[in-house]
Design a protein around this ligand. Structure first.
Ligand code: SAH
Length: 293
């Protein structure tokens, strides 16, 4: 989602039955935009998917493509209502700011907005300026990744944060003593937001965010810790490559995964020779810690 000249975005949302969320999310990520928000509707097993597209992007044809895809996977969706709203960037941010609350994670972490002056005794603070990039600490997958990282020795380690979003995981790793952290994300807005958050947290000497995916990480770089909080469709095909990028004794943390993804993930882990892992559950989400022995 690139920043556009006029600062306008389209907010697009749709409510579908929960089992269809995964294929529809994959379609949106592959064809329209790299980050989306999922909200479970309390009263039934339906989920609302929401995402934001910059104004200059060819929104009409992409939305039409999504409608066709929905009709293909489920005939009930032939007349589905894709809700669309044109919003000014700043309105969205101001409304969102009011709803941001500090999030306490594990025993020793708080993720909070920069304007929160409250202190949280014994907790390491990660300050996140809420923008459109994903990663304010509220989502189960960010929480899961941080809770796993909390138990990893990060001191003097080299870290890759693939799909860095707001930079939240990179910042935490740097504050815990990592020597060097590189973030990659395919969304230019995430790079902008991560870079801003690195400065707010005064970790810019250790952290850099780059536009791109795993293929764009220079081939000679190896890491002690790799965190990937994206989705199954992105993670499964790259597990072998992640393993090659990981030093012996290193740790991979995978999140953005649902309970139903476990079989595919574990098949891919075994194929890569990664047999030592533990799992953390949070609602229907799972986070893996994999140790390379
Ligand atoms: N690390 C943050 C953000 C996770 S959201 C956190 O834990 O909260 C997932 C991010 O991955 C999004 O910002 C999205 O743009 C990015 N992404 C999606 N596919 C990607 C890919 N193939 N390579 C790199 N980043 C990707």
């Amino acid at each position: 989602m690139a920043q556009n000249e006029f600062g306008y975005y389209h907010e697009i949302s749709l409510t579908i039955s929960s089992p269809d969320v995964e294929p529809v999310s994959d379609y949106i990520i592959e064809n329209i935009c790299g980050s989306l928000l999922l909200e479970d509707e309390d009263e039934d097993s339906r989920t609302t998917i929401r995402f934001y597209v910059a104004d200059q992007v060819d929104v009409d044809s992409r939305v039409a493509g999504l409608s066709r895809y929905l009709a293909e996977i489920n005939s009930n969706y032939e007349s589905i209502n894709l809700r669309r709203k044109r919003i000014k960037d700043l309105d969205w941010i101001e409304a969102y700011k009011k709803s941001v609350v500090p999030v306490l994670i594990g025993n020793s972490i708080v993720v909070k907005p920069p304007w929160d002056t409250e202190t949280y005794s014994g907790r390491l603070e990660v300050l996140i300026e809420p923008k459109m990039a994903f990663g304010t600490g509220c989502h189960e997958t960010t929480r899961g990744s941080l809770a796993m990282l909390e138990k990893v020795d990060l001191s003097s380690k080299t870290v890759l944060d693939l799909g860095c979003g707001s930079g939240v995981l990179s910042i935490y790793a740097a504050k815990r003593g990592a020597a060097n952290v590189v973030g990659y994300d395919i969304d230019p807005l995430a790079i902008e937001n991560s870079t801003e958050n690195f400065a707010i947290n005064e970790v810019e000497a250790k952290c850099r965010a780059y536009l791109g995916s795993l293929d764009d990480v220079p081939g000679d770089l190896r890491f002690d810790i790799i965190v990937v909080n994206i989705i199954k469709a992105v993670i499964v095909p790259i597990i072998g490559d992640l393993n090659e990028r990981l030093n012996l004794g290193g740790v991979i943390i995978l999140s953005g995964l649902l309970d139903q993804d476990r079989e595919d993930i574990e098949t891919a882990l075994k194929a890569a020779g990664l047999n030592s892992f533990e799992i953390r559950h949070d609602n229907k989400w799972v986070t893996y810690r994999i140790d390379k022995k």
